[in-house]
Design a protein around this ligand. Structure first.
Ligand code: AMP
Ligand code: GLY
Length: 424
């Protein structure tokens, strides 16, 4: 079986390493991939958003199955186009990917079907948003409707901050059309949990829970990033809470999408907040999370390709998916300055004995035969262990041994989870 994987980050590297475990998998093409993924797949320099380039490639090669993981091509309808070429895909069609592509859509879906989430109002006019923001209580969360590279949510502590966010999104259009509509949302509190799930549109099977560390600096301070590290499982997500989430969030969402004629197949990501009133949805993603995937897939005991095929074929069963009892931690090495300005082009030195299966390359390319940095998030060092403490220790020990000039990492990935477990 020859597989086409679309994307080129740490998440895609994790998906490819996992797919490789299946002996029936032959060639894996990764579009565009990156300099590190090139060790595990044939990388082809076609951008994930170049739908014509991707479909032309698919027509010219013997592709048996496609896996589309980034949000943009999913929301642009790449799965629909590949399916029109009779290529089976893992990933939702455009009409289902909207669950991430439009926060107004997902909010209305949750309201209509009684799925717990933060209260919110939608504005398509900046003046109307500002008059509301003058009278509401603070903090509030201002969110752009559309995709915004994970930077579309601003927690505003006062009117001035909210006004500035509305100005940037609706007037300056820093996210383009994504900011044509904004949501002003109630500020929720509580631990955050990421739950990725496999679904074939009817059956939904949650994966092991995880915790992202989105802020740039230790102590969850600094700017929001694409994710500076992850751990799994998330200790705040108890079996009781998992049960509540299944009944009040996961199943109702899958059913709601089906009822709306938008059957969702693929990986549905639930971004949850465990509030004092119970678990609520902060956001849906129509795909695997990054860097959650780098801790979730190493714990997957089942064969990823078989599960992906079952999601596509409508034959998913709960007992097809099982996870190891242990824990995992991923520490992201970024370029100093990220998510702001940063320099790239520095050689990455991997220690001789470094276990390649524990390294997930995100932003690197091959230059003059050397692997050099080429992005904000450069790579993830991820390890598993019998306990979270061991996984964290092993991930940091690996991260310490990987070097490049200007490298930056947080030093407290997993610390909050270990405190919650009393294992500091
Ligand atoms: P999002 O872009 O929706 O993923 O939001 C980014 C981050 O903003 C989330 O991971 C939360 O930490 C925070 N956030 C989003 N919505 C809310 C909310 N209603 N209340 C509190 N924090 C939020
Ligand atoms: N880690 C969060 C995301 O992938 O959006």
């Amino acid at each position: 079986m020859n597989i086409l994987v679309v994307g080129g980050g740490g998440r895609e590297h994790a998906v490819i390493k996992s797919l490789r475990k299946n002996p029936s998998v032959g060639t894996i093409w990764c579009l565009p991939g990156n300099g590190g993924i090139a060790r595990d797949a044939e990388c082809v320099p076609i951008k994930a958003t170049d739908l014509t380039g991707i479909t032309d490639f698919a027509k010219a090669h013997p592709v048996d199955f496609a896996v589309v993981t980034p949000d943009d091509p999913l929301c642009l309808g790449l799965v629909d186009e590949l399916e029109a070429l009779h290529i089976p895909c893992f990933g939702p069609r455009k009409n289902a990917a909207i669950i991430e592509g439009s926060k107004v859509f997902s909010k209305e879906l949750m309201k209509k079907y009684g799925i717990p989430t933060a209260d919110s109002r939608v504005f398509s006019d900046a003046d109307a948003a500002l008059s509301y923001l003058k009278t509401c209580g603070y903090p509030v969360v201002v969110k752009a409707d559309g995709l915004a590279l994970g930077k579309g949510a601003v927690i505003a502590d006062n009117f001035e901050e909210a006004k500035s966010a509305v100005g940037k999104m609706m007037v300056d259009k820093i996210f383009g059309e994504s900011g044509s509509r904004v949501l002003v949302e109630e500020f929720l509190t509580g631990p955050e949990v990421s739950v990725l799930s496999f679904t074939d549109g009817n059956v939904v099977v949650p994966m092991v829970s995880s915790m992202d560390h989105k802020r740039a600096l230790d102590g969850d301070l600094g700017l929001n990033t694409g994710g500076m590290g992850t751990i799994a499982p998330n200790p705040f997500y108890t079996p009781e809470i998992a049960k509540i989430c299944m009944q009040t969030i996961f199943l109702p969402t899958i059913e709601a999408m089906r009822k709306e004629g938008r059957t969702f197949r693929g990986c549905l990501y639930f971004g949850l907040m465990l509030t004092p009133q119970g678990p609520k949805v902060i956001e849906y993603n129509c795909r695997f999370g990054d860097p959650e995937t780098q801790v979730v897939l190493p714990l997957l005991k089942s064969d990823l390709f078989t599960v992906m095929q079952a999601c596509r074929n409508g034959t998913l069963k709960e007992d097809m998916v099982s996870f190891s009892k242990g824990a995992a931690c991923c520490v992201v090495l970024a370029s100093e300055g990220y998510p702001g300005q940063y320099r790239t082009g520095y050689e990455i030195t991997l220690p001789e004995e470094a276990p390649w299966e524990e390294i997930y390359i995100a932003g690197a390319k091959i230059s003059n035969g050397k692997l050099v940095t080429a992005g904000g998030r450069v790579l993830g060092a991820a390890a598993t262990g019998e306990t979270l403490k061991e996984a964290v220790r092993r991930a940091y020990s690996l991260a310490e041994r990987i070097g490049f000039e200007n490298a930056y990492k947080r030093s407290d990935i997993g610390a909050r989870a270990l405190r919650a477990l009393g294992e500091e």
